[in-house]
Structures are given as structure tokens and as C-alpha cells.
Design a protein around this ligand. Structure first.
Ligand code: PMP
Length: 388
């Protein structure tokens, strides 16, 4: 390793920002560490389905042998487009009552590929300051000009649209419904009202953290608030509440065809394994009817927010993702260790994932957590907070 690499690693370590791949030993809702079980509050398994034995057994027993393939061995445009892709995309389009759905290998593929495909130098992207790194990378690959507006600052966004609408062929407003690090939400009614004022404005909404969790059928915040038809690019992922892998966009039929012809992370990668797509379809069909799980998750989330939001300054979660903001990375690491000692597997989230000075523990709740688990968590946080 050259000096400059090692000095960069030293600098990260000195600031408490050096990352290491943790060794994992998961058992259901728990992780085993040093022989002790810790409640895993760091995964995105929001509905608690990832290790559900009954679901796994039912899936394996009902699996069509034609879908029992562990690789597609080809891109979708060559020989990788197995029939299960069509079944999954048709089912998604039906659920969203939309023209089309297009499935991708991951949310990272979707977000890094859609914007470069649909924009050009006559386009303007207006993106919330806190959008996920995969969107930031998509913006970086696009030829469009981009302006990042302050997080959830709609006055600034509206001003930027008004100033620029006449200058560009198309404006893309890009945001998330539930933000991955702060757990707060974008104002969909306001975004949709803005879209309806400008014929050349397109809304791009990443529902990665809302899919499965929000809405009557778990389709996300746009379903919950009745705006599915108003979103031009509604992106969801399967690697979180849906306990699978992959992602999708809900869009027009013409747009689907356009993306199939132009989107590099769709064209130039091996398609998902059919067995993975079959599991996703199985889970999507289950999730539609998991209202009781969603309600339990909403109830326990409200309790944890009540305890933590007052400690977090102007970061106000309204979801099942609840940060415990601690400031400097060292402090977040120390509190993470204390909570791990109390039996909660929480990890510090540090710059560059979050802005400097806002290192935090990101609590992502899981519908399998009991009320007793939540009582213990709140008691432990109160105890640690009072000793800080
Ligand atoms: N969008 C958001 C908002 C995310 O938080 C993430 C991952 N954490 C992604 C997209 C990427 O999705 P995937 O993990 O499927 O690549």
C-alpha cells in the first residue's frame, strides 16, 4: 500500500471515521456478539420478514421448478429475461394501477441509471440536499445541470423552478419520500401542486424506505396519500421491508420502453436470478395484506420518536427510522458501544454518510420488536443520555 493510501486511512481513523466490514452472526431478530444476543436495530428489515421461517417454507413448497434457477447468466436484453420478470412487473403495475413497472438489480442500479438516461444538457435536476448516494451518483453521470436545494425547503425549490422553468426543456425534481438518515418525509401535496403548475416538471420519488411500510397495501407514501398517478418516476426497492433484493420504477409504458433502450445499468448487467425474482413476487403478494404489521410498526415507532425527537435538535423523524444524533463521531461510537453492551445492536453513522457534526445512531425499527423490547430500549437510552 502506498503512503498516501495509508495516510488517508490514518486520517479517517483519527477522526473516528474509519469503516470496517463487521463480522455477522444473525439469528432472527438478534445478532450474536461475544456469545450474547443483541436486538438488531440496524437492518432495514422493517417488517421483520427476512428470517421468517414460515414464509421461507411456504415459498419453497410453492416454488415453480421453472423459477428455481440461481443465476440468469445473461443480461435481460439477451437471454436473462425469464418469464418471472414479466409476472413480477405485471403484478407491480397492477398493484399501483399504473401503465408499467420495470425491475432492476438494486436501488443503486435504478438511481444511478434512470437520471442519466432521461436527462440531457437541456435538462435541470433539482435534488434535495439529503438524497441518497445512489441518486447523487446518477446525477454525477447525467449531462444535466443540477442544483441541490436545502433539505425539504420548498420555498427555495419553488423559487428555483420559477426562475428556471423557461430556460430548460425539462425539470426533474428528485427526492425521497422517507429520508434514509433523518427518517423525516417530503411534503408530497406540495411537490404535486408544484408539478401541476409546470408542464415540463417531472417528479422523481425514491420510496426505498416506505415500500412495504406505508399505504394500505404497503406501496409507499404516494399510495398512503393518494398521489401515485402524480409521480413520474416512483422508485421502490426490495432489499429493505420486502426482505429480498432488487428495485423497480413505476412509470408510463413509453418510459419503460425508453429506459430499456437507454439505461446502462439495466442493459449492461446480468439479470437477477429467477429464484430471487420469484421470492420477491411471493413477498410482494404477502406484503399487500400485512396491515397489522404496518400498524404495530407505526405504534412502536411513535413511542421511540417521542423519546428521541426532543434530543435531536431540528432533525425530526416522522417514521420508523429514528436517529439518535450525538454530534462528533467519537461520541456516537462511544454511545453505540454502550447500547451494544445493553443488548441493542446499533451502529454509528458518520460522515460522509451524514453531514459533519451530526454523527448518530440510526435506529431502524422492525415490526417483530415487542412492546417490552421498546420499553427496554427507551430505558437504556434515557440512562445513557443522563450520564452523557
Ligand atoms: N435509495 C435509498 C433512499 C436508499 O437508502 C438505498 C439503500 N440504502 C438505495 C436507494 C439503494 O438501494 P439498494 O440497497 O437496493 O441498492
Amino acid at each position: 500500500m502506498t503512503d498516501s493510501y495509508s495516510s488517508q486511512l490514518d486520517a479517517l481513523a483519527q477522526k473516528g471515521n474509519l469503516r470496517k466490514l463487521p463480522e455477522m452472526n444473525p439469528q432472527g431478530l438478534y445478532l450474536m456478539r461475544g456469545g450474547r444476543p443483541m436486538l438488531n436495530l440496524s437492518s432495514n428489515d422493517y417488517l421483520g420478514l427476512a428470517d421468517n421461517e414460515a414464509l421461507k417454507q411456504e415459498f419453497l413448497q410453492t416454488l415453480d421448478s421453472r423459477d428455481c434457477r440461481f443465476s440468469s447468466t445473461s443480461s435481460r436484453l439477451l437471454t436473462g429475461n425469464y418469464p418471472i420478470y414479466t409476472r413480477l412487473e405485471n403484478r407491480l403495475a397492477q398493484l399501483y394501477e399504473a401503465e408499467s413497472a420495470l425491475v432492476f438489480n438494486s436501488g443503486y442500479h435504478a438511481n444511478s441509471g434512470i437520471l442519466p438516461a432521461v436527462t440531457d444538457s437541456r435538462s435541470l435536476i433539482l435534488a434535495d440536499k439529503l438524497v441518497h448516494a445512489s441518486i447523487v451518483d446518477g446525477i454525477g453521470l447525467s449531462k444535466a445541470r443540477c442544483i441541490r436545494y436545502r433539505h425539504n425547503n420548498y420555498e427555495q425549490l419553488e423559487r428555483l423552478v420559477a426562475e428556471n422553468a423557461g430556460e430548460y426543456d425539462r425539470i426533474f425534481v428528485v427526492t425521497e419520500s422517507i429520508f434514509s438518515m433523518d427518517g423525516d418525509e417530503s411534503d408530497l401535496p406540495r411537490l404535486v401542486a408544484l408539478k401541476h403548475q409546470y408542464p415540463n416538471l417531472y417528479l422523481y420519488l425514491d420510496e426505498a424506505h416506505a415500500f412495504g411500510v406505508r399505504g394500505r397495501q404497503g406501496l409507499g407514501c404516494a399510495e398512503e396519500q393518494g398521489f401515485i398517478d402524480d409521480i413520474d418516476f416512483l422508485v421502490g426497492t426490495f432489499g429493505k421491508a420486502a426482505a429480498s433484493m432488487g428495485a423497480f420504477v413505476i412509470c408510463s409504458g413509453e418510459m419503460k420502453q425508453y429506459l430499456v433502450n437507454t439505461m446502462r445499468p439495466l442493459i449492461f448487467t446480468t439479470a437477477l436470478p429467477p429464484i430471487n425474482l420469484a421470492w420477491t413476487l411471493f413477498i410482494v403478494n404477502k406484503i399487500c395484506n400485512m396491515q397489522a404489521r404496518r400498524e404495530h410498526l407505526a405504534r412502536i415507532s411513535a413511542r421511540v420518536r417521542e423519546a428521541l425527537n426532543p434530543l435531536n435538535g431540528n432533525i425530526l423523524s416522522s417514521s420508523h427510522i429514528i436517529p439518535y444524533v450525538l454530534g462528533e463521531s467519537e461520541r456516537a461510537m462511544a454511545v453505540a458501544l454502550k447500547l451494544q453492551h445493553e443488548g441493542f445492536y446499533l451502529l454509528p453513522v458518520r460522515p460522509p454518510t451524514v453531514p459533519p457534526g451530526t454523527s448518530r445512531l440510526r435506529i431502524s425499527l422492525n415490526a417483530e420488536c415487542s412492546d417490552a423490547d421498546i420499553n427496554r430500549l427507551i430505558d437504556s437510552i434515557k440512562k445513557i443520555q443522563s450520564a452523557l
